[in-house]
Design a protein around this ligand. Sequence first.
Ligand SMILES: [Zn+2]
Length: 318
Amino acid sequence: MAEAKELFIGFDVGGTSVKMGLFDKGGRLLGRNSVPTPPIVDEAGYAAVTDGVEELVTTAGFTLDQVVGIGLAVPCPVPADGKIRLQANIQLNEAGLKAALEKVCPNVTVQFANDANAAAMGELWAGSGRDYQNLVFVTLGTGVGGGVIVNRHLVAGAVGAGGEIGHMCMNPAETRVCGCGGKGHLEQYASATGIVTSYKAECAARGTEPVELEGPSDSRSVFAAAKSGDEAAWAAIDTMCDYLGRALAIISSVVDPEAFVLGGGTSNSSDMFLDRLVERYKSYALAVCTETPIEVASLGNDAGIFGAAYVALQAAGA
Ligand SMILES: [Zn+2]
């Protein structure tokens, strides 16, 4: 029998799977589990999730009454009050799921968070942001998301738009349309999809043939092309760095974080762009902000489960 302790579970609710991590108060990962994402709207859906929780906790040698916090990172905006108003990417009845989790874990506090916001909290709790109280996390994936943390707490916002860094309008002259319907948003230049789009445009302008790409978000091939001297690829990377550097400079004048942390798939290519990004950031930032470090996230795809658990820990007042 394991010793009595307070446990926290972080969920990362994605389109295909619900990942779960079991943690102690110190941020130690004690076990993990994953179930295919059901439509979380009825008893069968709730049961698929609670069965996963039961398996996670018992397999690690603990009991369900030791779970005092469950945090759920979900792919939709979550305002500071935790009440989800808009669901674009997932079928979820949050009140029903919350009730089902509370039934299985009698001592639990349940809290929802936006997935990018949760990833920011994960990096703060156990990743690259561990040394900070205030940071801004930017995830560079197929889209661009983020999380703003002030005094170790998320700035989720009144309607859940806190940290929606990807939809800052950086170029009012843009004619192409962003995934959200706007134009000229950061995501259109700094996401993996944006890098590929910029690369194709640079090739067309030069009359050169783009390298073979595996889909519209294959920025990895663009970075590989840059490495082998493709000028159009470098131009696309420069565009990304310029817009992202300017966005971070604007953010530094609003919340003045101790650090920026970059996550998402594109951050794996940071050796190719971080120097350029820092240079662009410094050129745009207020003089007092130019030394703010820009670091790379360390938890990878686990940031969501860590952060969701930490959000739950805070909500439980533990
Ligand atoms: Zn947008």
